[in-house]
Ligand binder design. Sequence first.
Ligand SMILES: *Cc1c(COP(=O)(O)O)cnc(C)c1O
Length: 247
Amino acid sequence: MINPSSSPASDSDRLHDRINQVRERIADAAVRSNRSPADITLVAISKTHPAKVLMKALQLGLTDLGENRVQEAEPKIVAVGRSAARWHLVGHLQSNKVRRAVQLFDVIHSLDSMDLAHRLDRICEEEQRAELPVLIQVDLGGEETKTGIPEAEVAALAATVRECLRLKLIGLMTLPPYFDAPDRARPFFRRLRELRDDLQLKGQFGDAAGELSMGMTHDFEVAIEEGATMLRVGTAIFGEREPRAAV
Ligand SMILES: *Cc1c(COP(=O)(O)O)cnc(C)c1O
């Protein structure tokens, strides 16, 4: 007997339904905030999900996929196709993974040090990659999160990136502490937008948009209200994650 709940057709239907629900929620939140849904990029965070699920998501119209670990992403990107999606790295990048990251990803959301900026720039040159779009990950949660660069160092890192010929600073990213009530993330999103506005005034994004990568499954609507232009949504699209990674 075939268990209907695990047949590929119904898995695909569920994915289709979830993507549509997320798109509706994005559209509603955008309209509420006088924004156009077209200005908001949905990055589907596919960590722990196997390559065949990612392919299905692309068939269903998603264009941007995000992974948080280079090692897990590599075989999946190879299986799905390097040019089949726009690939986003959203997790911390270790220095010994920089070359693979430069080869595999279109956008890096997790630039968090000057050392990493210089290393990325040098390896882009070695790999003959002309331009790598990056976002600076800002730590706004202090003790609670400890991911990204402290707020006080953002301007200096942005200036460093401007000196890196192959890096293109396109925006800021943050991962606030987890709150049960999504509205409690609002001050973090608002602060990231203020930092973005400051950098924009100083011309640090050049001709780039000054993206705000913020908002996940439980708080993306609040993030949209505060100006998010790149949402990183995993669970609401792919369902709950298994504790261990699958390829
Ligand atoms: C896993 C992850 C997400 C997505 O989280 P969900 O709650 O499943 O939407 C977003 N950003 C980063 C950096 C992540 O690691």
